[in-house]
Design a binder for this molecule. Sequence first.
Ligand SMILES: Cc1cc2nc3c(=O)[nH]c(=O)nc-3n(C[C@H](O)[C@H](O)[C@H](O)COP(=O)(O)OP(=O)(O)OC[C@H]3O[C@@H](n4cnc5c(N)ncnc54)[C@H](O)[C@@H]3O)c2cc1C
Length: 603
Amino acid sequence: MIIQESKHDFDVAILGNGLSGSLLATILGKQGVSVALIDADQHPRFAVGESTIPHTSLVVSLLAEKYGLPELEHLVDTDGLAKHVCATCGLKRHFGYVYHRLGQTYDPKEGLQFGTAARDENHWFRQDTDAYLHNLAVHYGAIPRQKTKVTGIEINKQGVKLHTSAGEEIRARYLVDGTGHKSLVAERFGLRQNPTRLKHHSRTLFTHMVDVPPFDEANNPLPISYHKGTLHHCFERGWFWVIPFNNNPLSTNPLISVGLTIDPRRYPKPDMSAEQEFNEFLKLYPSVAEQFKDAKAVRPWVSTGRLQYSSKQTVGHRYCLMSHASGFVDPLFSRGMFNTVEIIYALLDPLLEALKTDNFDDEAFIPVDQQQQRILDYNDDLVNCSFISWDDFDLWNAWLRVFGLGTFLAEFHLMNGMSDYTRTGDPSYLVGKTQNPVFCDFEDPDYAAFFKDSVEAVEAFEAGRMTSADTTKRVFDMAGQYPFPVPIRKDALVRAHWMKEEDQLTERDLGFVRRGFRWALTTPLTRDLVSSSATFFRWCAHRPDPHLCLESDSHSRDLKTPQGWDERKERGPSPCSRAVRSSSPVAPPSTTDPGPAVQASTR
Ligand SMILES: Cc1cc2nc3c(=O)[nH]c(=O)nc-3n(C[C@H](O)[C@H](O)[C@H](O)COP(=O)(O)OP(=O)(O)OC[C@H]3O[C@@H](n4cnc5c(N)ncnc54)[C@H](O)[C@@H]3O)c2cc1C
């Protein structure tokens, strides 16, 4: 049907008032754009997807600065969250990965912790954070339509027309779809790839629970309690998540988000309730069962079919799908909300320009589509290879470095760009320099090649063309030969609120940090990648984690105690920093790089 009207009720109509819809509506409203914000449900309401990563927080912080919205900064600051948003969110000090073998108690040597940042990341209690954003959007002028179903969508050269269950006709110049996996626009225009191009297969069961205690607190050899972060219990072709909301002294929320994600080809959906199925999995993994022995769900379990979906096209004439409406892979690595905010960031410039010039030609929006497709494919490889690698702990240990090298380096580059932008106001610093990136133009320029070669190796293992030992060695060899710089700068750490201006950090310290980081990220000899000042001493001396040196067993075959190693324990509270603990300058024992203390091989 042709729409002839030249006037529109709104500049932008947004479907879905969740994280993506409400965040975008807030920014557009602040820019003076008129927005209709429509949702079939109403706040507060449950939403899954709770764990942030530094990249998520950096982009939210950048949006706050670029668009003059200090209220967004509250979302990424643990204290600010409790003070200004809600006292129901947890904190995330690390990604904790514990490896489990069928029927066996877990081996503490097979637990890994990757630090998040000196600034804690968060476990957003989405019903509250989404409501906060929705209310903020309305504050900045968005017109809310909650409990409103959209019954018809028409788009043509002149504009967009929506029909609602309330009998209203909403006209707009542009349409954004933030309705998630059931995307109205994807359905209306037949955008889904069916079958999906994605390689990975998983389905999930999840709920919120009480009475889930910290995991194996007494035996954890790593520096931070597993309860202070997002805990992943990994096993062959599956993983459990444990995301506490009660681990922050400022939180009054007793809940823990719990989920189980499994490959349906290995574990087809049985004829039983989700809760029963969850309990059946607990029986297979005694250490996980121990953590859940008193746990009780406070809301009905959700059990999904295959999680993966993708779209042929994610932007079109006068419309754009938000990230979660475009496609999804798996919650592992907590990238969903990061992808959501980076797509909002990518869409804003072309959309504001189109609204100004009234030119909605597709061309300006094509890079947004390219970015969406790229990140989906990257997430697909990242998670697919993780599931493959869970056949063997050493291979998983190797693969996690491939993830770390992409994520950490990109975050440092972005932090540097943000610092330069804050200092100069020059937006060109907000464009990464990497040509043909595999996921983000702030990633290290050589990461794409390293990533692709690593994927190839892991897939060769899956196909039976390589052994797991050879694949592990290959990935670590490639990591060792990959000449990435660690682009840490003090001004950038300060801009990202990872440290304070007055904290001491000399260029010499930074040199050690960079070299220590390089070693830690490319060696199989450390499970503690949290990087407190204490770990930097160890990394600079190329020493493995103390608990890996205590004895020789099947899982630490060739790990030898380095000469002079004092087996000091480094437990206790550690305000971790991936870069450096801000209040204590790094002062390594010697000014020369001591070289490897042990052979970097687990075989
Ligand atoms: C199991 C699971 C776990 C996840 N865990 C994480 C994690 O730990 N970290 C992370 O970063 N990301 C995670 N994600 C991804 C994260 O959930 C999404 O990135 C995020 O929720 C996207 O926000 P959104 O607002 O686009 O969509 P949603 O949060 O899905 O919101 C969609 C909105 O659209 C509304 N809506 C739906 N249909 C209609 C309709 N027909 N008409 C009108 N309104 C409609 C809904 O009511 C809702 O308000 C996870 C995803 C899944 C599936």
